[in-house]
Every structure is written in structure tokens, then in C-alpha cells.
Design a protein around this ligand. Structure first.
Ligand code: GLN
Length: 544
């Protein structure tokens, strides 16, 4: 078992997840099987109960785990899916330890953080290493070194490095090098302090990834090397990038891939970045610009919609057209005529998922605009459910139509709990989670977009389209064209509109740089077509 630990110092939010994902990519580019595991030292068992305002989006895995958003970065950078075992939290570890204690597994011993909690952490890491079949496991430790919460994890990793021995484990420490003062001098002191903190725990970093606004000079690198006892070639500068997918190449250019291979005694083959570089070259082309309006209630914190943002980056890397996202607060929209006017001028509309009643009228209004003005529209989960509500209200003339999530007594529950769900829901959790099979009607728009009729898509929702309204919807042009195995509605599409599709599932979780999701691709293609129709490129002058 070979392990690379990525810790963080000075402050959080340095892009440790991107660093970890990129390191994984360097090894994968050399044909080495890798996987990534995230440690979140908080006490929640998983991210499912967390407010997007605090931790950003909840990323859903195939197996239905509601995970930290960094797991999304891992999947996107590695182009491979992970399962719930790859997100370790203090809550999960303690739960396992307490269950064992109750069962009597500790044979009467006093149960302690060391060795029992640390033992459980090591056991889980070994298990992930084994079950994933990876040659190298990257372990990202959330939080900042020095936090009380992360202590047991760092201790466990220190013990693990002793157990696996030389040539099997590397510690990469990500820190901030701020540039201060009138001349923008790079300051290494915070890095020195955080490395000292790490060494006090018994961990000697083998590589330092210095984050900051600008590249580090060789003098500063030498200084960090000397003060932190890391060889100069292992002091790596990662300045802010225009797009995160540049980071693997920034690391590669400083010899990180070869260095890690040497350190971990792995064969260093010629890395293959052809597809990756092609993606970046197309991304930078920016041959046209389209503006996509995103209407949601968490627009103040972009991380709440991270996978959607990334999905549009992936489309840009395929189509070469720059995709600009403009954000509309769904709560504010109905009372903001300026915003409404601007929304009408955008090239496409995305209404992402959500919960609860706040801001739904703005979502409904933006969907009405998209439907009536022929603006390409994609509705995801709640956005899809709101498209059904909008259609019922404004086309079927059922003004009080709603989802029972918002109005339990609506006379027209076009979105509701299905009969078989009700009994269960009264007992608590009924969220439908994870990858499930979706069957698409042949010949439909959705089938055409995917080029196939059997899909696996990830879900995270509780309510469903009420099948008793489908006939009336279809009579007016809104047709259900995808279903789950047990007959739930998975997609609705509007005929006679350039692109108006809503899906119950979350396509954003499956988009990858090298494989953009077909629905996002098609939304942007439709936006480009619309733009051309509205402002045609002048025909070249003959003979010019
Ligand atoms: N609130 C809706 C439901 O529970 C949609 C959930 C979502 O958008 N993820 O069904």
C-alpha cells in the first residue's frame, strides 16, 4: 500500500482538494491506478444534513452517499467514480467505535482515542486501499493542521507511515504564501509556522505546495526549503489559475510527478496528457460567448452550485465557446424588474435543485420566461419540479398548483409524495439517493441528446411528479420521456420549443472534463443557435 497524505496549513480554502485531485491525475497519467479518500474532521456522519451555505454543495455518489464537494473534484480530475467509503468523517469513525464498544468487541478494555479511534481510522484507510485496488491512495485531510478536530486523524496517519515503512508514504503540505506590502513581498513565515506545527505532531512533510496569487521566485523556494527541511525540488509553487484544470500541468512542469514516483518507488513512465491538453486548448479558444442565467436561492455562495459550474466548464472545453454564468437570486427576482429584463436577454436558463418554499416563485417566473420566450432551459431536480408547477399554473390554468413540499393542501398537487412513499415518509427519511436506472422513450429529445435510451443517473430528492397530471401535460406539449424502473417520471420535455428539458435526477454530478454531460452540452448548443439567430454574423463581403 502506497499513500500520499495531503494536509493544509495557515488557512482553509487553499484548494487542497484541487491539489490532491491534481496529484492523483499526475499518477494516473503515468498509468498508475490511484484513488482518493477525503477526511472531514467534523462530527456530522455525512454532508447530507449540512446547509449548502456552510459547506457548499452536497455531492452525491453512485451508492447514494451524500458527500463533501471535494469528492466531486476527485471524480472529475480522475475520471472515475468513488463510493461512500472514500469520505471519512469523525462522526463515522466514532459511530463505528461506539458500535464496537457496545458489541463488546474491545473485550473489556478502556476505549480511547489512541489506539482505538486511530486504529479505526487506519483500518478504514487500509480497507479503501484494498477494495479499490489502487496502487496509490491519496488521503486529503480536511481543515487546517493545528485544529483540535483533525488531531486523531494526523496521529493515525503518522502511525500508518511508521507501519508501512520507507518508500510507501509521502506527506504533502499545502500552505499559503501571502504577498504583502507595497512591493508585494512573498512571506514564508506562515508556512514555517505551520510546518513546525506538523513536525510537532511527528509528521515531516516531504513536499510543500505553496499557494498564492503569484509564482514564487527561486529565492523564496530556497528559503522555504531551508527553513522547512524539504529538498528544493519539493517546494512547489501553485499560483492561482484561470481554471482549476490547469493545476496538474502546473505541477507536472515542476517535476512533481517524477519526484513522487521516485519517492514512492514507483515506475516513472512518460505521462499522457493528450486529452487533458486538448480540453484546455479548446477551453481557451472562446470563439463565441453565451450567457446562461442560473436561478437559485444560494447564489451568494457559488460553491453551493459547484458541479453545475464545472459542468459548464466541461462544455466550454468541448465546444470552445465561452460560457458565462449570470446569477439570479430566486427570492429577489420577482420584485426586481431590472433583473427580469436582463434574464430575458440571456441565451439560456438553468434552474438547479433545492428544497423548501423560499424563492420558488422566482424559479417559476424564470421558467415561464424561458418557456414563453423560447430560451433554452434545463431544470434540474427542484428546477424540473418547478417546471411542472409552472406549466400547470400557466398552461393548464390551475393557479394553485404546487408541490406538496411547499403547500401540503394544494388542490393540484402536481408534485407530491407517491402513495407507496407516504407510509414510509411518516417514519422519517425517504430521500431517494444515488445512481438508478433511467429508461428513455425512443425518438424523444432526451433520447436524441444522449444518443441512447438506457441511463444511470444520480438522484437526491423526496417528491415526485404526480402521474395523474401527465395526460393533461402531454395534451399541451409537455411530455414525460424518461422513467425509472418503477415508473416514476425522470424527464419532461416541451415540444415546439428549441430546448426545454427538465430532469428529476442530477446530471451535474456525472459531468467530467473529458466527458461533458450531454444535457449541458445540448443546452449550450441551443444557446449558441439562439444567439446566431438573434445576431447573425454578417456574411463575408464577396471578393474581400
Ligand atoms: N425538494 C425536492 C425534493 O425533495 C427537490 C430536491 C432537489 O432539488 N435536490 O423532491
Amino acid at each position: 500500500m502506497k499513500v500520499i497524505v495531503v494536509s493544509g496549513g495557515v488557512i482553509s480554502g487553499l484548494g487542497k482538494g484541487i491539489t490532491t485531485s491534481s496529484l492523483g491525475r499526475l499518477l494516473k497519467a503515468r498509468g498508475i491506478a490511484v484513488t482518493i479518500l477525503k477526511i472531514d474532521p467534523y462530527l456530522n456522519v455525512d454532508a447530507g444534513t449540512m446547509n449548502p451555505y456552510q459547506h457548499g454543495e452536497v455531492f452525491v455518489l453512485d451508492d447514494g452517499t451524500e458527500a463533501d464537494l471535494d469528492l466531486g473534484n476527485y471524480e472529475r480530475f480522475l475520471g472515475q467514480s468513488v463510493n461512500g467509503a472514500h469520505n471519512l468523517t469523525t462522526g463515522k469513525i466514532y459511530r463505528a467505535v461506539i458500535e464496537k464498544e457496545r458489541r463488546g468487541d474491545y473485550l473489556g478494555n478502556t476505549v480511547q482515542i489512541i489506539p482505538h479511534v486511530t486504529g479505526e481510522i487506519k483500518r478504514t484507510i487500509r480497507e479503501v486501499a484494498q477494495s479499490s485496488g489502487a496502487e496509490v491512495v491519496l488521503v486529503e485531510v480536511g481543515g487546517t493542521v493545528g485544529d483540535i478536530e483533525s488531531m486523531p486523524f494526523l496521529e493515525a496517519l503518522r502511525e500508518l507511515s511508521y507501519e508501512v515503512g520507507e518508500g510507501h508514504m509521502a506527506f504533502v503540505h499545502t500552505t499559503l504564501v501571502p504577498f504583502v506590502g507595497p512591493v508585494g513581498e512573498a512571506k514564508t513565515k506562515p508556512t514555517q509556522h505551520s510546518v513546525r506545527e506538523l513536525r510537532a505532531i511527528g509528521i515531516r512533510p516531504t513536499m510543500i505546495v505553496a499557494r498564492g496569487p503569484a509564482p514564487l521566485s527561486s529565492d523564496i523556494k530556497a528559503k522555504i526549503s531551508l527553513f522547512c527541511d524539504v529538498t528544493p525540488e519539493a517546494v512547489i509553487s501553485v499560483p492561482d489559475q484561470a481554471i482549476i484544470y490547469e493545476v496538474p500541468l502546473v505541477l507536472e512542469a515542476q517535476g512533481v510527478g517524477a519526484y513522487l514516483c521516485r519517492l514512492l518507488e514507483l515506475p516513472d513512465r512518460e505521462p499522457d496528457y493528450r486529452a487533458w491538453k486538448e480540453f484546455l486548448a479548446t477551453y481557451r479558444r472562446e470563439s463565441a460567448t453565451v450567457e446562461v442565467a442560473v436561478v437559485g436561492k444560494y447564489t451568494d455562495l457559488r460553491d453551493a452550485y459547484l458541479s453545475h459550474i464545472e459542468a459548464f466548464h466541461h462544455v466550454q472545453g468541448r465546444l470552445g465557446a465561452s460560457v458565462k454564468l449570470t446569477w439570479y437570486d430566486s427570492e429577489d427576482l420577482p420584485r426586481n424588474p431590472g433583473a427580469i429584463a436582463r434574464l430575458k436577454r440571456s441565451d439560456a436558463v438553468l434552474v438547479p435543485g433545492g428544497f423548501g418554499s423560499r424563492g420558488i416563485e422566482g424559479k417559476i417566473q424564470s421558467i415561464q420566461i424561458a418557456r414563453e420566450q423560447g430560451l433554452p432551459f434545463l431544470g434540474v431536480c427542484y428546477g424540473f419540479q418547478m417546471a411542472a408547477v409552472e406549466f400547470a399554473r400557466n398552461v393548464l390554468h390551475l393557479p394553485a398548483a404546487n408541490t406538496t413540499e411547499v403547500d401540503p393542501h394544494t388542490p393540484d398537487p402536481v408534485v407530491c409524495l407517491l402513495e407507496d412513499q407516504r407510509a414510509v415518509s411518516e417514519l422519517g427519511g425517504t430521500m431517494r439517493l444515488g445512481a438508478q436506472r433511467v429508461t428513455v422513450t425512443p425518438g424523444s429529445k432526451v433520447a436524441q441528446v444522449y444518443g441512447k435510451t438506457e441511463l444511470w443517473e444520480r438522484h437526491r430528492h423526496r417528491f415526485e411528479i404526480n402521474p395523474s397530471y401527465l395526460k393533461r401535460f402531454a395534451e399541451k406539449g409537455l411530455t414525460a420521456t424518461a422513467f425509472s424502473v418503477d415508473g416514476r417520471v425522470e424527464a419532461l420535455e416541451l415540444s415546439g420549443h428549441p430546448f426545454f428539458v427538465g430532469v428529476q435526477y442530477h446530471p451535474e454530478f456525472l459531468s467530467r472534463p473529458e466527458a461533458p454531460h450531454p444535457l449541458y452540452l445540448e443546452l449550450v448548443r441551443a444557446a449558441l443557435v439562439r444567439q446566431e439567430v438573434r445576431s447573425p454574423v454578417p456574411a463575408p463581403t464577396p471578393g474581400a
